[in-house]
Design a binder for this molecule. Structure first.
Ligand code: PGA
Length: 245
């Protein structure tokens, strides 16, 4: 039985004080069945790590180079030095608004794994691809372009999050059937590339308007091992209900 993961993605929200009280309110939510983590704005990382409890604190973004002339960026080795062990890579907002290409994401995955980080790798198709019925091919290509260069041993440090772009922040969730089918497809791709054992061990999270009222149905699917939660992770009660689900 794979251990479940519920991860919050705070995106560019909250003040330091709000972030601290939200983080504090989650204390004790990790259990023997479920890991809980939060991806927080970079400026909160150090502070929340010093408050550290059972909920892991991760970074939403980083630059793959160790150091250099990259104004405004935070490097993967700076995160490591701070004590961060969890990073998010490939979120559709990074791909779309910040032009992160498959090639750059591949570099980020490699750099993060080389520094011993646990990577949550996001993939997912835009609405027009879903409407044309090409979503499986689209996601397969994202996996091959940016993730499947890793070794089988490195895959132990990876979680995949399937987030259909049309469901992110829109209130429109993929149906349980749509999510389940894509998760099965992703696990099959991993099986083809890395074999049965790796495919069975990999956790695949669903993201995109996951809320307390739909989390239970989504998480009951065999290939859905938890969620990557945006909006609902900003509200203690909602996030806790999702963790309970
Ligand atoms: P959402 O965001 O839950 O607000 O749809 C999910 C995400 O972007 O990770």
């Amino acid at each position: 039985m794979r251990k479940r993961i519920v991860a919050g993605n705070w995106k560019m929200n909250l003040t330091k004080g709000e972030g601290e009280s939200l983080y504090n309110s989650l204390k004790g939510t990790t259990s023997s069945q479920t890991e809980v983590k939060v991806f927080v704005p970079a400026i909160f990382l150090d502070h929340l790590l010093s408050r550290s409890h059972d909920v892991l604190v991760g970074a939403q973004n980083f630059h793959p180079k160790d150091s250099g002339a990259y104004t405004g960026e935070v490097s993967i080795s700076q995160l490591k030095d701070l004590g961060i062990r969890e990073v998010l890579v490939g979120h559709s907002e990074r791909r779309e608004y910040f032009g992160e290409s498959d090639e750059f994401l591949r570099e980020k995955v490699d750099a993060a794994l080389a520094h011993g980080m646990h990577v949550t790798f996001c993939c997912g198709e835009p609405l027009e691809v879903r409407e044309s019925g090409d979503e499986e091919a689209f996601v397969t290509e994202q996996l091959h372009n940016s993730l499947f260069q890793v070794t089988e041993a490195q895959l132990n440090q990876v979680t995949i999050a399937y987030e259909p772009i049309w469901a992110i922040g829109t209130g429109k969730t993929a149906s349980v059937e749509q999510a389940d089918a894509m998760h099965g497809h992703i696990r099959n791709q991993v099986r083809k590339k890395y074999g049965e054992q790796a495919a069975n061990a990999l956790r695949i999270l669903y993201g995109g308007s996951c809320k307390p009222d739909n989390a239970g149905d989504l998480f009951s699917c065999e290939d859905i091992d938890g969620g990557l939660i945006g909006g609902a992770s900003l509200k203690t009660q909602d996030f806790k209900q999702i963790i309970e689900a």
